[in-house]
Design a protein around this ligand. Structure first.
Ligand code: HEC
Ligand code: HEC
Ligand code: HEC
Ligand code: HEC
Ligand code: HEC
Length: 498
């Protein structure tokens, strides 16, 4: 009998990691403007196409989206929660069916123990539909979308970077915003096409020495015995995890130390799944030029699992000290794809997915941000969400206006002036004077002296300046503003009203 897997595919696990976000403010009137930003979780999904002999990975793609009500000079952008009644639809124009392009549905019951209607994915999502959302999360998602790399019109031309059409609607059916995001899928699991194995049957035959392996029971799901976090499959105790078995076995054979090692199996010579800014930079002499620079060798990928690494769930990190540092790190204990940053938004909202970090070498990856801000690359145009450019630091402290004097006067003393308006309910301006060039820091502290936020931490020229403090994010009460400059500290009280 085939074991019925609890399909805890990684895509399903993630939404369960609950996000904390601010309670909803009263909705703005109909004149409010919205944007929707969507992305794929992994940057690339891989799936078999022919399931008659074996299954490494089924067709299983994931999309997520944030719906953001834009801000303006008197309100912050708001990530719309479930309670707002907004819903999000997804489809892949030009790709409306998968059954027949792959024989997955012929074998899905044998492999996964579930009876699926054609074109229905393992998590209950089809090729088009409505994304899910919940009170406890501030994003919409569709998991296990069973897309193939073959558009309806080109059933034999592999097209790994297709675009979705994502639309946000009111409960009443009025369209609020739309976007396009990549739904990357490749079938380059190249055991045979790489020239390494003569056939899939040959692979199965060479595995027959293992007890319990019954070739007559094909198609074989490798994850039946080898645990696999990508499938939520527990495997058999004592049998190595799939990633460990596959990388250790081949690590002794494949070790040129180049991207080609990984593209023997990962997609691949045609797909070129690693296409992000770090690949581009590496190609022109940057420090990261191959998969191994972040992951280590093929053997290392397997050996680290033997030494305790949890495959799929413990991966390289942007914030690793040798790379971008703590100001650009993931949330503690979370992967990039699970982490949120500025404004409670997923890192992928502004950067896209792992291995397709923007700007990407694939035009399709750049489509969304070109539509939003007029150029490819990190979403860094504040007005896309804020409606204007705040003078206060944004993501990672990045401040596009820079810190510039507001007048041509050179003051005679370093001084913190009274903020206005005071009390403040949305934003307050904090004027200050710097008389000699030097290091300047401005902090907002609560009444217990704890740092609430740092508004300025820079080397400034002499001049008259103004900082902005967004009070809508803190509870009403009294706060202290502290200016540290020229060896002295100045304090002012700031009142935050409701
Ligand atoms: C019936 C259980 C079972 C299934 C199904 C299974 N394996 Fe294995 N496999 C094992 C066991 C047990 C070992 C460990 C053998 C050992 O310790 O040397 C193993 C070892 C391996 C190794 C390492 C072999 C070596 O020579 O070092 C690879 C690679 C591998 N399996 C790949 C696969 C692939 C690919 C599939 C799916 C087509 C698969 N296995 C399906 C049980 C299974
Ligand atoms: C012999 C084929 C093969 C080669 C060569 C190979 N991989 Fe893999 N890799 C796989 C397969 C198959 C999986 C999916 C395993 C699963 O479903 O859990 C995988 C999964 C992974 C994963 C996710 C699971 C984990 O262990 O965290 C990483 C990371 C990875 N490979 C990195 C690499 C890198 C980097 C290289 C090149 C240095 C490489 N692989 C070379 C076949 C290969
Ligand atoms: C710049 C560093 C870097 C390079 C180069 C790199 N990766 Fe990764 N890789 C990562 C990070 C970071 C993650 C974890 C993503 C996350 O946290 O969500 C990852 C995860 C993975 C995974 C697991 C699935 C996933 O997306 O989480 C696979 C498979 C993988 N990489 C394969 C490769 C292959 C194959 C190459 C080369 C073609 C490669 N990587 C090049 C950084 C890198
Ligand atoms: C609202 C958009 C936004 C979000 C969300 C966001 N970032 Fe960024 N990120 C940026 C911008 C803009 C830059 C460029 C900033 C700069 O030049 O200082 C950047 C730069 C980076 C860099 C490159 C730094 C370097 O050394 O050049 C890394 C790495 C990074 N972000 C990681 C993350 C991670 C991890 C998250 C999630 C925890 C995240 N970002 C969330 C907008 C964002
Ligand atoms: C993708 C949308 C998005 C982009 C792009 C963006 N922001 Fe934000 N920002 C938000 C959201 C959402 C909040 C949270 C609002 C809230 O909590 O009420 C926020 C909050 C803020 C705040 C309030 C304090 C804080 O850090 O939470 C400041 C200041 C700010 N952003 C500045 C910037 C600047 C400067 C830029 C451009 C470099 C920028 N933002 C780009 C969405 C965005």
């Amino acid at each position: 009998m085939k074991k019925l897997f609890t399909l805890l595919m990684i895509g399903i696990v993630i939404p369960l990691i609950l996000a904390s976000f601010k309670p909803e403010k009263p909705a703005k009137p109909e004149t409010a403007q919205y944007i929707v930003i969507a992305w794929n979780d992994l940057g690339m999904h891989c799936a078999n196409l022919d399931f008659s002999n074996m299954c490494i990975l089924p067709p299983y793609n994931n999309q997520k989206a944030h719906v953001i009500m834009k801000g303006d000079a008197s309100s912050m952008p708001t990530v719309m929660p479930h309670s707002s009644g907004i819903y999000v639809s997804y489809s892949i124009p030009g790709n409306t069916f998968s059954a027949g392009k792959t024989n997955f549905w012929t074998y899905s019951q044998h492999l996964f123990g579930v009876i699926l209607a054609p074109d229905m994915g393992l998590a209950g999502f089809g090729l088009a539909g409505i994304m899910l959302n919940a009170d406890t999360i501030n994003y919409h998602y569709a998991t296990g979308i069973p897309v193939t790399a073959f558009p309806d019109a080109f059933p034999t031309t592999s097209t790994p970077y297709q675009l979705t059409l994502i639309k946000a609607y009111t409960a009443g059916g009025q369209e609020l915003a739309s976007t396009q995001s990549v739904i990357p899928i490749s079938h380059e699991i190249s055991c045979v096409s790489s020239g390494c194995h003569s056939s899939e049957m040959n692979i199965l035959q060479s595995h027959e020495s293992v007890s319990g392996f019954n070739i007559a029971n094909k198609p074989i799901l490798c994850a039946t015995c080898h645990s696999d976090n990508a499938l939520g499959a527990p495997g058999h105790a004592g049998t190595p995890p799939f990633s460990q078995a596959i990388h250790q076995k081949h690590g002794s054979i494949i070790h040129t130390g180049t991207v080609a090692d990984c593209y023997k199996c990962h997609p691949g010579p045609n797909t070129q799944c690693w296409r992000d800014i770090m690949h581009t930079a590496g190609a022109s002499g940057g420090s990261v030029s191959k998969c191994q620079d972040c992951h280590g060798s093929v053997a290392n990928v397997g050996n680290t699992i033997a030494n305790g690494r949890n495959p799929w769930l413990q991966e390289p990190s942007c914030g690793a000290t040798a790379c971008h540092g703590p100001n650009y790190a993931e949330e503690t204990g979370k992967l990039f794809r699970q982490s949120k940053g500025h404004g409670g938004l997923y890192c992928s909202t502004c950067h896209s997915s792992p291995h397709s970090i923007l700007p990407s070498e694939r035009a399709e990856d750049n489509v969304q941000n070109i539509a939003l801000q007029g150029f490819a690359g990190t979403l860094k145009t504040c007005s896309v969400c804020h409606g204007y450019t705040p003078a206060a630091p944004g993501p990672h402290g990045y401040n596009p206006l820079g810190i510039k004097p507001v007048s041509g006067n050179i003051p005679s003393d370093n001084q913190l002036l009274q903020n206005y308006p005071n009390p403040a309910s949305f934003m307050t301006n904090i004027p200050y004077h710097i008389s000699i060039p030097g290091k300047v820091k401005i902090e907002i502290l609560d009444m217990n002296g704890r740092n609430i936020t740092t508004l300025v931490n820079d080397f400034l020229q002499a001049g008259e300046y103004k900082a902005e403090f967004y009070t809508s994010r803190v509870s009403p009460g009294t706060y202290i503003c502290a200016l540290y400059s020229g060896g002295k500290t100045d304090f002012r009280k700031i009142i935050v009203a409701d």
